[in-house]
Design a protein around this ligand. Sequence first.
Ligand SMILES: Nc1ncnc2c1ncn2[C@@H]1O[C@H](COP(=O)(O)OP(=O)(O)OP(=O)(O)O)[C@@H](O)[C@H]1O
Length: 357
Amino acid sequence: MVNKKEAILKVLGEVVDPWMKTDYLTARMAKVSEDGESVTIELGYPAKSVKEDIQNQVVKALEAAGLQAKVEVEQKIIAHAVQRTLKVLPNVKNIIAVSSGKGGVGKSTVAANVALALAAEGAKVGVLDADIYGPSQPMMLGALGRPMTNDGQNMNPIESLGLEINSIGFLIDPDEPMIWRGPLVAQALTQLLTLTNWHDLDYLVIDMPPGTGDIQLTLSQTVPVTGAIVVTTPQDIALLDAKKGLRMFQKVNVPILGLVENMSVFVCPQCGHVEHIFGEGGAKRMSETYHVDVLGQLPLDAGIRKEADSGAPTVVSSPDSLAGKIYREIALKAAAAIAKTAKDMSLKMPSVRVENN
Ligand SMILES: Nc1ncnc2c1ncn2[C@@H]1O[C@H](COP(=O)(O)OP(=O)(O)OP(=O)(O)O)[C@@H](O)[C@H]1O
């Protein structure tokens, strides 16, 4: 006779997590007590807003199989693997690079909203503004002032809207043209990353400089990135650039968490008419060709611009708007995609030392 624990595990092997699209057994997220009286689902992504749905989903699946148990849903975010030649930072579990093939497609707006959405789901989140050409995170996130230092070497991030923030904008003169060469920029950004006193972050969202030149390539080789989000607009030319971005990350073995298509459609505020101003279906075609997910498609929306430019992005100022909902879905899908990547094993591996006796 099959005991209760085994029967429950069999059911959990058929219940698919809505964000990871994997069943709880395969994803190794389910724990069942020996007597089968209690079930714990340990999510690898922050999920405050969806925990209850997941709990109901599991309870219902068990009931349908004639089983009853106390079901709890918890979240435990761990560090995942980065490029083989690099090490995960000790105080940042996962780094998400938000990049775009060209400027002005809404990369910084997506980065800010995704960071806020992850924080709203219960994660500890930081933002590193590495966009040397237009550091806009301090303005978008209302992060005023300059990072202070206690020891003359490390900087304390600025705190705003529940996030820890540091920006290259604090260190450069925004009125001076940026003429640094790639290696110098990468060096400055790596220092900004490692010399900031991040406080045990689950995710650090990096707003990357736009483009796919040598600065971006050097960064993708020197910053320990867990996964990348590529932002694009539907225009063909932006998509061509986005393709270069995808290939760049694939070349350096950084998993692509997915694509975000920004300014996808225009919805007329007067009559509700939907217009595909910049063409239709580009991100979908690209996702099929490159086998990457589309995390979300955002409309061209005056609210998004106003909210971001006034220091309170959509996720905090209109969380229940359509755009707010799309940003939250993008963040959940990206975090779930990270949860599916390989764990960071570097702490578990003994360090090898060769000694001459
Ligand atoms: N979906 C949207 N609808 C309307 N306006 C938007 C949308 N997304 C972004 N914007 C606005 O477009 C402008 C450019 O966005 P953003 O700064 O995020 O782009 P970017 O790709 O980071 O540019 P760069 O890399 O050149 O700094 C901003 O004023 C922003 O508020």
